[in-house]
Design a protein around this ligand. Structure first.
Ligand code: ADP
Ligand code: ASP
Ligand code: MG
Length: 436
């Protein structure tokens, strides 16, 4: 089926669509992805950023760890790589054109041999491990992007694979690289603008980049969101869309609070605090490029595209007096700077506190509404709380509790701060929702 829209009618400011691991996990997910890309492309220039297929980055990094610990025999058959390659090939066979699937098959066979060789190098050359780890992890996004481009092509969408390492330039901090912003902007534009001018749809892997010398790097786990923001900023995108497996940013982590609700609108500051303090739905550094360039970020569910999701802009929701969401981060160790510990030790006052969690209550309303802190701490008055702080942006109230109590703290705060208001009840009843 060909596009009915005239090229001239398509908005020139592009939209960046980023699909996370579960949104590219299998053939059904890729069919949904193709529908979403088609819908976007009908009205706007479109750039697609993809994560590795769900579980692939973990599988690659596990293989690196096994090779590094010497448990891997360099000559062994590596069935885990076969399974990974077969997974991509199976989807291509189902959804790509025969020629596309065959081309991908060649690329997959080559990738398998290269990864096996790199794993051998991991065992042999300990000093190169950080670089090799990134090189190997990058295959996840490189292969998913090639697969998605082939699947879109078969759906009559003019997609082109682009090697993201030619766009996102970074320093050499392997595993947590920092982008070189001017170079990234320049290279991204140079690579993508001609494709967009030609009405093509660039498809790039997220998470990966390269140093100016061409050495592969990664932006840290979950970094594909950040890639989308970097590319969006470089292109002056009209919107950055993060397609994931939940209905937007929710009032708390849905794995902890079963009745967490979608937040329709967030300010950049609120979203940044939530991401920084553990809301995994957004990589912590995603908001910075979007904020700097004033680009709206929309978070949507690729399995339920009709749901409104969350829109992040400078203004946010503007609901004064309300707490917007609660985030938390487990497994925190609270420690003093070592030199200070050494100096204080004679006084017998110093302890390093492990097994702690940070809980962060976020809301633009915190800037102006007195009494929220009192309400928060009254709700959990029987729980030991330490290190209370209000962030520089003043949209968060952050404190530390015992790891073992973190889930309970978040659940109790959510119940107290997000009790359904009468208006919500009406809306929910009208929508036929199940009441919590
Ligand atoms: P993707 O693979 O699409 O990048 P992630 O797994 O990285 O998806 O992020 C989405 C997940 O983030 C959700 O499935 C949810 O479990 C988790 N999450 C944690 N906190 C929140 C929150 N406040 N709102 C939405 N999701 C959250
Ligand atoms: N695939 C990478 C990861 O699993 C990056 C991402 O999904 O955002 O961390
Ligand atoms: Mg993610």
């Amino acid at each position: 089926m060909s596009q009915s829209i005239e090229p001239s009618a398509r908005r020139t400011q592009p939209t960046v669509l980023k699909f996370g691991g579960t949104s590219v996990a299998d053939a059904d997910a890729l069919q949904r992805l193709a529908r979403l890309v088609r819908r976007a492309y009908q009205s706007t220039r479109t750039v697609v950023i993809v994560s590795a297929l769900a579980g692939v980055t973990d599988a690659l990094l596990t293989a690196v760890d096994a090779a590094a610990s010497g448990t891997g025999d360099p000559k062994r058959p590596r069935p885990e790589l076969d399974a990974l390659i077969e997974r991509h090939q199976g989807i291509a066979t189902r959804l790509a054109r025969p020629q596309g699937a065959a081309g991908l098959g060649i690329a997959l066979a080559r990738a398998r041999a290269e990864i096996a060789e790199l794993l051998n190098a991991v065992a042999r050359e300990p000093e190169r491990r950080p670089a090799l780890r990134d090189e190997i992890a990058a295959y996840g996004e490189r292969l998913s992007a090639a697969l998605v481009a082939a699947v879109l092509g078969a759906a009559d969408l003019p997609a082109r694979y682009v090697d993201a390492r030619r766009c996102v330039l970074t320093d050499a901090a392997h595993g947590r690289a920092t982008p070189l912003f001017p170079q990234t902007e320049e290279h991204t534009r140079a690579e993508l603008a001609p494709l967009l001018d030609g009405e093509l749809i660039p498809v790039l892997g997220g998470y990966i980049g390269a140093t100016p010398q061409g050495v592969t790097t990664t932006l840290g786990r979950g970094g594909s969101d950040y890639s989308a923001a970097l590319v969006g900023a470089a292109l002056g995108a009209r919107e950055i869309q993060i397609w994931t497996d939940v209905n937007g940013v929710l009032t708390a982590d849905p794995r902890v609070v079963a009745d967490a609700r979608t937040i329709p609108a967030l300010s950049y500051a609120e979203a940044a605090e939530l991401a920084y303090f553990g809301a995994k739905v957004l990589h912590p550094r995603t908001l910075q490029p979007a904020t700097d360039h004033g680009i709206p970020v929309r978070i949507c569910n690729s399995r339920a595209p009709g749901e409104p999701g969350t829109l992040v802009t400078a203004q946010g929701v503007g609901r004064v007096g309300a707490v917007t969401a609660i985030a938390h981060k487990s497994g925190i160790t609270v420690l003093q700077i070592p030199q200070i510990i050494a100096e204080l030790r004679p006084l017998g006052l110093v302890a390093i506190e492990s097994d702690r969690a940070i809980v962060c209550v976020v809301g633009e309303g915190l800037r102006t509404t007195p009494g929220i802190a009192a309400r928060v701490f009254a709700t959990i008055s029987d729980i030991n709380v330490s290190l209370i702080s209000q962030g520089a942006s003043r949209v968060n109230l952050t404190f530390v509790v015992d790891n073992a109590r973190a889930r309970e703290v978040v659940q109790r705060l959510h119940a107290a701060l997000f009790a359904l208001e009468p208006a919500d009840l009406d809306t929910a009843a009208a929508a036929g929702e199940r009441m919590p």
